[in-house]
Structures are given as structure tokens and as C-alpha cells.
Design a protein around this ligand. Structure first.
Ligand code: GDP
Length: 440
């Protein structure tokens, strides 16, 4: 995410890193580089200029403490200002009213329908809500089907009226349905068009007037840079939305939209979406995003994702088996599945400080585990739970089933054995620890 911006900023900091002190001169040249980097990341010049003026003023105003170098100080000032530019602290959804009405608006193809599904899943899983999805796009039957498919995947009902041509009525009826069926959130996915047009704006504004939503979320494709900002302006003038959702941040976006939308429309970015799969929705935290842009990773989000996917019962069962030295291929596959649920691997690695840059050019696809899954998939259930019985003739059979060379199977078995040995070692260590505690 925003790799070229990150690199450019790093280069800008290099100018001041070796310097003994902050001076007008070295701050000025660093700031000039930062401004160029922002403009190249598709940030509007006026915003970039204002940003760097503030950075300059702050950097020169700060006393360099003994413990911190001019380079560190500069990074800190830029980090704070980036976070401020993107919105300061994070803004959650207003979910107090029941049912909470959330209206989703944006251009066609921006990712509205996908986001509606992601949001419904997020509210169900993370906020323990009972959402109702509403298909209010009366022009594209495919859009209704798409929402129905998403709803099925996440186990959330979708309200739709195939023969109804008036989206305002659909929205009203859906609200009634939510009340009778006890849904405490309704998410209305509206129709979009390829460009901002009056008819679309009127339609969304009419739906808004009819159902008085607590949240109107404007969904925009971050890849469209300055266009995203202009579209946001147009939607905000008509809809006075409550928040922005930036999608497709997994793509090759330069960062312009993320950095300038808040400044331009004075509305917070509430969520970011980084993939087509339903599990890649993140609450937007300006401070964390600033850290990521500066190559500092985002451990907090990584831990939160892990916690959200962490199934305690499964983890306890596996831990028990590890303790008894009984870790087998079934457990291995279960753990891989837990990791996969956390999202795209490259994206996860990018959250570890310093890793983003290291893995930037690597081709790490979601299929990274496919080979392992194929090997384990070719084992019989008995073999999976009794790894020790896998002799050379079984290995040959597994290789054939998984479409692998026998060497690859041998290599995999060796790695698995090493892993088990390591677990055994850890057990000894923790058993000793337990013994020592018991002696106290
Ligand atoms: P809508 O017309 O606004 O409802 O947009 P859709 O939800 O149908 O999304 C348009 C296309 O963008 C689809 O192919 C989605 O799979 C894709 N898409 C949506 N969100 C994301 C995202 O965060 N990342 C990527 N890479 N693709 C996305």
C-alpha cells in the first residue's frame, strides 16, 4: 500500500538523517522533497503545500532533545501531520439507534455491494448485531443477485422486491421488515452510475429523506486518485454523508485519495477495504495509516485481526495436543485455515515493521498454502492423525495424489518433523517452568 510514497518519503528523510541539528536550510530541502512526494502520490498541490508548511513550522519550532536526532524528529512531525491530515483519531459508526439505518452510496463499480456485505459481516461478527441487507438497485438485476450471493455466504438475510421499481418504497418496506423481524441494523445498497449524475443524486437523496439514516457512507475506489476526491465533493454537497469508505487499497494506489479526502470534504474516512474477499474490511485509523505510510508497519491491526479470527476452543485443543506431543496434520491444516482467515498474506506481512518494503516485490498470493494443502489433502484420515506411519511407499502415493515430486514430500515431512521437535523442545522448557513455579 502506498509503496512509492513510502519510498519517496524515506529518501526525503535521508537528507536530514545524518545532520547534527535542525536548520532552516536542511528542513527546507527535506520539506521540498516531501512536497514533491505528496504531489506525485496524487495529492492536490494546495494540500501538499499546506501540509509541508505545517511540517516546516513544527520542525523548526521543536527543540531537538539530546536523545532524538533531527531525522527522528522530522519523521515524528511528519507522522503526526499525516495522521492529522487523514482525520486525527478514528471515528466509529453511530449504532445507538435500533434499527440503525446505514445508507451506502457511490459510483457504480466503486465497491458498494462488496462493502455492504463486508460491513454486514463485520457488524455481525465484531459488534454482535443482527443486520438486514437491502438491495435497492432497481436497474441492475445482477446487482440484486450479487447481494443475495454475498448474503448467503455470510448468513445474513437480504431484503429485495423483484418487481418493485421504486427504490424509496423498497427502502421504506425494508425498514418495516427490519422492525418486525428484529434486525437492529439495516444496510441499504443503492444503485450507482458510471459518473455523477442528477438522477442518481436525486434518487439517493430521496431514499435518505424517506428512511432518515444514522449513517450515510460514501464508497469510493481509491485507485481513482483525484477523481475520487472530486466525486466525494459532489456526493457530499447533495447527501451530506457521514463518512467515507475507501476501497481497493490492495491495488496499486498512490495514496492521493486517502490523504486528501478528509481535508476536502471534512468528513472522516471510516473504513478501508483491501480485497474482494469479505474478510478484508478494516476500521480506518489515521495514526496507524500514517505509521504504515512511513514504513513502520501496523502491529496493532495485525493483533486485532488475529484476535478477531482466534477460535479459543480450537486453540485450546491444539495447545493440549502440542503439550502431549500429539500435533498432527489435522492440527496443522486447522492452523493454516486460522491464518488464512486473517486475510491476504502479503497484506499481513506488510503490517510487520520493516516488512512492507521487504515483501513489496515478492509474489505472495493467497495460494501460498495450496501446495501444503494438496499434500495433506492426499493423505488418508488415518495418516493425517498418525504422521509416524507415513513410510516411503505411502509418500509415493501421496506425491502422486498431490501432483508433487517425492522429494517435495520428503522435504515437507522433514519440515513437519522439525516443527514437532521444536514443539517438543518448547514443552520441555515450559514443563521446567511449571516445575519451578510449583517449587516456589
Ligand atoms: P458496486 O457496483 O459499487 O456495487 O461495486 P461492486 O461491489 O460490485 O465491486 C466492483 C468490483 O470491484 C468487483 O469486481 C469487486 O469484486 C471489486 N472490489 C470491491 N472492493 C474491492 C477491494 O477492496 N479490492 C479489490 N481489489 N477489489 C474490490
Amino acid at each position: 500500500m502506498f509503496e512509492s510514497l513510502s519510498e519517496r518519503l524515506e529518501t526525503a528523510f535521508k537528507q536530514i538523517k545524518g545532520q547534527g541539528q535542525i536548520t532552516e536550510l536542511n528542513v527546507a530541502s527535506t520539506v521540498k522533497e516531501i512536497r514533491r512526494a505528496l504531489v506525485d502520490a496524487d495529492v492536490n498541490y494546495k494540500i501538499a503545500k499546506e501540509f509541508t508548511d505545517k511540517v516546516k513550522e513544527k520542525a523548526l519550532g521543536e527543540k531537538v532533545l539530546n536523545a532524538i536526532s533531527p531525522g527522528q524528529l522530522m519523521v515524528k512531525v511528519v507522522q503526526d501531520e499525516l495522521a492529522e491530515l487523514m482525520g486525527g483519531t478514528e471515528e466509529g459508526l453511530d449504532l445507538k439507534t435500533s434499527p440503525t439505518v446505514i445508507l451506502i452510496a457511490g459510483l457504480q463499480g466503486s465497491g458498494k455491494t462488496t462493502f455492504s456485505g463486508k460491513l454486514a459481516r463485520f457488524l455481525k461478527q465484531n459488534r454482535h448485531k443482527s443486520p438486514l441487507l437491502v438491495a435497492a438497485d432497481v436497474y441492475r438485476p445482477a446487482a440484486i443477485d450479487q447481494l443475495k450471493v454475498l448474503g448467503e455466504q455470510i448468513g445474513i438475510p437480504v431484503y429485495h422486491e423483484p418487481d418493485q421499481k421504486d427504490p424509496v418504497l423498497i427502502a421504506r418496506n425494508a425498514l418495516k421488515e427490519a422492525k418486525t423481524k428484529g434486525h437492529n441494523v439495516i444496510i441499504i445498497d443503492t444503485a450507482g452510475r458510471l459518473a455523477v449524475d442528477e438522477a442518481m443524486m436525486t434518487e439517493v437523496a430521496d431514499i435518505k429523506a424517506a428512511v432518515a439514516p444514522q449513517e450515510v457512507l460514501f464508497v469510493v475506489d481509491a485507485m481513482t486518485g483525484q477523481d475520487a476526491v472530486n466525486t466525494a465533493k459532489a456526493f457530499n454537497e447533495r447527501l451530506d454523508f457521514t463518512g467515507v469508505v475507501l476501497t481497493k487499497l490492495d491495488g496499486d494506489t498512490r495514496g492521493g485519495a486517502a490523504l486528501s479526502i478528509k481535508y476536502t470534504v471534512e468528513k472522516p474516512i471510516k473504513f478501508i477495504s483491501m480485497g474482494e474477499k469479505l474478510d478484508t474490511l478494516d476500521v480506518f485509523y489515521p495514526e496507524r495509516m500514517a505509521q504504515r505510510i512511513l514504513g513502520m508497519g501496523d502491529i496493532t491491526t495485525l493483533v486485532e485481526r488475529a484476535q478477531a479470527q482466534y477460535d479459543e476452543a480450537v486453540a485450546a485443543r491444539i495447545e493440549k495436543k502440542i503439550r502431549k506431543n500429539q500435533f498432527d496434520f489435522e492440527d496443522f491444516i486447522t492452523q493454516l485455515q486460522q491464518i488464512k482467515k486473517m486475510g491476504n498474506i502479503k497484506d499481513l506481512l506488510g503490517m510487520i515493521p520493516g516488512m512492507g518494503k521487504a515483501v513489496k516485490d515478492l509474489d505472495i498470493s493467497d495460494d501460498a498454502f495450496k501446495g501444503i494443502e494438496a499434500i495433506i489433502g492426499s493423505m488418508t484420515p488415518y495418516e493425517r492423525t498418525h504422521p509416524d506411519v507415513i513410510d516411503s511407499s505411502r509418500r509415493r502415493r501421496i506425491a502422486g495424489g498431490a501432483g508433487k515430486d517425492i522429494q517435495e514430500i520428503n522435504q515437507f515431512m522433514k519440515q513437519f518433523e522439525q516443527m514437532r521437535q521444536m514443539m517438543k523442545g518448547m514443552n520441555k522448557f515450559s514443563a521446567a517452568g511449571r516445575g519451578m513455579r510449583a517449587m516456589k
